[in-house]
Each structure stands twice: as structure tokens, then as C-alpha cells.
Write a protein that binds this ligand. Structure first.
Ligand code: BTN
Length: 245
């Protein structure tokens, strides 16, 4: 198990910024930073992540010592860890579902997201920061998306409790990965994901592709059935039919 060193701050610009700065300064793996409020929370694709009090803002610093080619595994692992943690915190409500690579949905609405920052060095991952945002108390509006919170499902969870659940689940999946369990992670991820065949659109920098979810490549990239062929995506914004994501 990872021996997490959890630092709980009243306020941070971004817990991920703190972990990135500490990584660059040479901090060893295992740092976890939790903040009650973020003043400059970052979402994916350079978006702002609304970070008022009540929700979970948690980042961790890892030094996986793996080849850069395995980077795709970490977003999946992070999504799996947070979905599992939420499932354990809220076993009586509908189970969370994953949308590639790591959005956590509840009843089709976004409950949590993960931001990955990483630095390659000589073909290996020097450091990797996972930043988890979970809508515990409120659901910030994201234009064109449905969002939800645990509170709107009648569940009150304190950020510190949620943080411990995420860290514990993350430890378990990191151990599985270190023991050569990349395939087990993909299998578990697929079990927790939207069903195969779900209609989705991948919006990339150059083009937009519409198709049906067809699984993961062996490196964890997204596969879509487009007409009668399979297309593979390493990156892109995934939009679901009818709600833009
Ligand atoms: C997404 O857009 O889905 C990713 C959101 C990630 C938000 C979390 S909150 C903790 C950490 N610090 C940040 O600035 N961002 C991540």
C-alpha cells in the first residue's frame, strides 16, 4: 500500500499545482494534498474547475518509474479508483459509471472528474499528478453537460472521508498495476464503464467522429465502431448523445 502523506489545506490555488511544484522540487511519491477551496481549480482542456467549499479537491503525486508508453493506463486507473471509492461511500444509490477515460457519471450526469499532469524524462515517467474533483455537496454547471452531486442523491459525505476512500482505492489499483495487472485494470474499467455500443462523439483538435463505444486498445486508448471499422483515439473530448457529455 502507498504510505500517503496527506496535507489538508483550508485553501489552495489548485491542489494539482501544489503537487506539480513539489514534484519539480524533488518531492518523493506519496504526497496527497486536499483543499477545502481552490482559487484556481483546473479542469480538463484548460477549463476552470469550480472549487467552492463542500466538494472534494484532492491531488496525489506519484513516481511510477514506468515507460511513457504506459501513460494511458493512469487516467483509467484514476477513474476506476474514484468510481470504486464513490461506490463504497454510497452503496445504496445507483452505482457510478465511467466514461473514457475517467469521468464518473451518476444517472448519466457528471459527478467527478480527474486531471492528469505528467512529466516524461528519457522515455520514462518522471512524475505524475492525479487531481480528483468530486461533487460531494453541489454540482457546478458545465455548459452543455448534465452534472450532479452526491448531496442531490441524499448522501452527505465529508471531503476528508471521501479523500481517504479515494486514497485507499487508489493504493489498491496501483499495487495491482505494479504487480503487472494492467489487463485486470482494463477489465475492471470496462465492467464499470458505459455499455459497449453506447453512442458517442469524439471531438478532437482536427475532426469530430461519431460512433459506438467498442472498448479499449491494449494500451488503454478509446475504440469506437464507426460504420464497419474500428477507430482508435488516444485523446479527444467524449460527448454522449443528447447531452453533450
Ligand atoms: C475534469 O475536467 O473532469 C477534471 C477535473 C479535475 C479537478 C480536480 S480538483 C483537484 C485537482 N486540482 C485541480 O486544479 N484540478 C483537479
Amino acid at each position: 500500500m502507498v504510505d500517503w502523506r496527506l496535507e489538508h489545506l483550508a485553501e489552495a490555488d489548485s491542489t494539482s499545482n501544489i503537487c506539480v511544484a513539489r514534484a519539480k522540487a524533488g518531492e518523493v511519491a506519496g504526497l496527497a494534498v486536499l483543499a477545502d477551496v481552490q482559487t484556481a481549480g483546473r479542469g480538463s482542456r484548460g477549463r476552470e474547475w469550480v472549487s467552492a467549499p463542500g466538494n472534494l479537491y484532492l491531488s496525489v503525486l506519484l513516481r511510477p518509474a514506468q515507460e511513457v508508453s504506459s501513460l494511458n493506463r493512469f487516467p483509467l486507473l484514476a477513474g476506476l479508483a474514484v468510481a470504486q471509492a464513490i461506490g463504497q461511500l454510497a452503496p445504496d444509490i445507483v452505482q457510478p459509471v465511467l466514461k473514457w477515460p475517467n469521468d464518473v457519471l451518476l444517472d448519466g450526469a457528471k459527478l467527478a472528474g480527474v486531471l492528469i499532469d505528467a512529466a516524461p524524462s528519457q522515455g520514462r515517467i518522471d512524475w505524475l499528478v492525479m487531481g480528483f474533483g468530486v461533487n460531494l455537496a453541489f454540482a457546478p454547471q458545465i455548459p452543455g453537460r448534465l452534472t450532479t452531486s452526491l448531496a442531490s442523491h441524499g448522501l452527505v459525505v465529508a471531503a476528508e472521508v471521501a479523500a481517504q476512500a479515494v486514497l485507499q482505492s487508489l493504493s489498491g489499483w496501483l499495487e495491482i498495476l505494479a504487480a503487472g495487472g494492467a489487463e485486470a485494470i482494463q477489465t475492471a474499467w470496462l465492467q464499470a464503464a458505459l455499455p459497449l455500443g453506447t453512442e458517442m462523439t469524439v471531438r478532437g483538435a482536427q475532426s469530430t467522429t461519431h460512433g459506438r463505444f467498442a472498448g479499449l486498445s491494449h494500451t488503454g486508448a478509446l475504440q469506437l465502431r464507426v460504420e464497419n471499422r474500428i477507430e482508435t483515439f488516444q485523446t479527444g473530448e467524449i460527448l454522449l448523445a443528447g447531452q453533450g457529455g
